[in-house]
Design a protein around this ligand. Structure first.
Ligand code: ADP
Ligand code: MG
Length: 287
């Protein structure tokens, strides 16, 4: 990095939805070129964190601060946060009838005072990189796309927009193994500096460590009940895979998510009669 890196600083962030406090004091610092994974059971507040960072209406910030390069993001509208360099890949991308991806990205370029001419070509190159059918680029944004195509679409937007910091909310959900590899590789490549542009800083929210095989995390944080209860290096993701959230942070903090842990989806792994890893031990063998 050339010294002109970006930094997203989250300090003591608290937020409520519908009168219930969901985030209870989050501290995280993401710098250019760094990948931070946030893992945690269902309902722990991962998507809430993503939405609060991007400024989705309906979330009430009840304490703390969020700055990007020293600029207070919290009073800004989502589009202003985007212009400041923040990007969010949604867990459930929104369908926008009547507007193509190219039109969206051209508007974004125009709004940022960047040239619009190059957008179409960059868009096609980015689509090819993650294996998104170029025909889909003409269609209304996300309408009738499969879950996997929507996630590729988010990755393509990231590649064209080149934000400073990206928050990825379960980019891996809905992607098959090959698509996951392509998307994770694309994001990993973006973390490398290019010329005088510092590498992308990433906050990657995920349930599973498989995203992190290609997108290598510098730090892994475990979110439980709205707080970061453990932070560590990449080995923490593997530990989670082995022991589950309940094993790592205790059943109390892991809450309802026990059946969602990576350990639980591989029930056969220690069972010599259970068939291949991932097989359903309760399935009818003759079916
Ligand atoms: P995660 O992404 O970690 O699975 P979420 O951030 O989506 O968790 O949800 C955290 C908690 O906040 C859950 O208990 C959920 O029910 C609650 N929650 C999220 N959004 C809303 C909302 N719009 N209204 C009320 N409760 C919500
Ligand atoms: Mg979520």
């Amino acid at each position: 990095m050339t010294g002109s890196g970006h930094v997203l600083e989250i300090r003591g962030l608290r937020a409520a939805v519908g009168g219930t406090e969901i985030l209870r004091g989050i501290d995280l610092t993401v710098r250019s070129g760094e990948v931070h994974a946030v893992m945690g059971p269902n309902g722990s507040g991962k998507s809430t964190l993503a939405h609060v960072l991007m400024g989705r209406p309906g979330y009430e910030v009840t304490g703390g601060s969020v700055t990007l390069d020293g600029v207070d993001l919290l009073p800004l509208a989502p589009w202003q946060r985007a212009q400041a360099g923040l990007f969010l890949a949604l867990q459930y991308p929104t369908e926008v009838p009547g507007v193509s991806l190219q039109a969206v990205l051209e508007s974004a370029a125009r709004a940022a005072g960047r040239p619009v001419d190059g957008v179409a070509a960059t868009l096609r190159a980015e689509a090819e990189r993650v294996g998104l059918d170029p025909q889909l680029l003409e269609r209304p944004l996300n309408v009738d796309l499969s879950g996997g195509e929507k996630k590729k679409n988010e990755t393509v937007q990231l590649g064209v927009l080149r934000p400073a910091i990206a928050v990825l909310d379960e980019l891996d959900s809905g992607l098959d193994v090959d698509a996951l590899r392509a998307c994770a590789r694309r994001v990993e490549a973006a973390t490398e500096p290019e010329g005088d542009r510092p590498g992308l800083g990433v906050l990657a929210i995920t349930h599973y460590s498989r995203l992190l095989h290609e997108l290598r995390a510098d730090r892994v944080h475990v979110l439980a009940k709205g707080q970061i209860v453990r932070s560590g290096g990449p080995e923490l993701a593997l530990e989670l895979e082995r022991h589950g959230y309940a094993g790592l942070v205790g059943a109390e903090l892991a809450g309802e998510a026990e059946e969602e842990t990576p350990v639980a989806i591989r029930p056969a792994i220690d069972d010599p009669f259970g068939g291949p890893a991932g097989a359903d031990p309760f399935a009818d063998p003759l079916a």
